[in-house]
Design a protein. Sequence first.
Lengths: 114, 115
Amino acid sequence: AQSVAQPEDQVNVAEGNPLTVKCTYSVSGNPYLFWYVQYPNRGLQFLLKYITGDNLVKGSYGFEAEFNKSQTSFHLKKPSALVSDSALYFCAVRDYGGYNKLIFGAGTRLAVHP
Amino acid sequence: DTAVSQTPKYLVTQMGNDKSIKCEQNLGHDTMYWYKQDSKKFLKIMFSYNNKELIINETVPNRFSPKSPDKAHLNLHINSLELGDSAVYFCASSQGGLAGRETQYFGPGTRLLVL
């Protein structure tokens, strides 16, 4: 069965420092991977996705993610964190069973301190 | 312009009641979804419709019944509400839903509290 893991419940980083939010996946076949962000009391906002092609994917708000097939990882990164990046981040993988069924990780809370 | 909208935003009700949540998207998408986010923020898909046809139906109690009157609308009706139904329900939509690579766009959520 397809699955995705976000090993960290929370990530703390100082403003201006680089940030990484980790995601690993387990799928049969080629993975379709997504990152979403959820601000307090808001819906999920799409950040970026990997379908095929270049392993480094650039997305919204200066975020990028690197697809690593050998390590089955899709970590989210940003070179310089902002306090406004503080939110809940979800990694998701398409379930290979069919259609557009996404399986979400448990989420990682990112706290950026001034 | 709101792309995916849900009503109501908040819903507080008593156990045993029946309630509906409505979702509308103005993105021209042909696939819509319902997700449930529990108190631990865990997100799970419940249903999906493509062109008004049910294509994903997860293991959800049959007290939950989705209805899609047209491609732009997907409603969720819940009968005999239980305490465990308290959650945030998100609607989402995508253009196409069959290949698995389409981006899903989420609504703001409906916060349901069952007392």
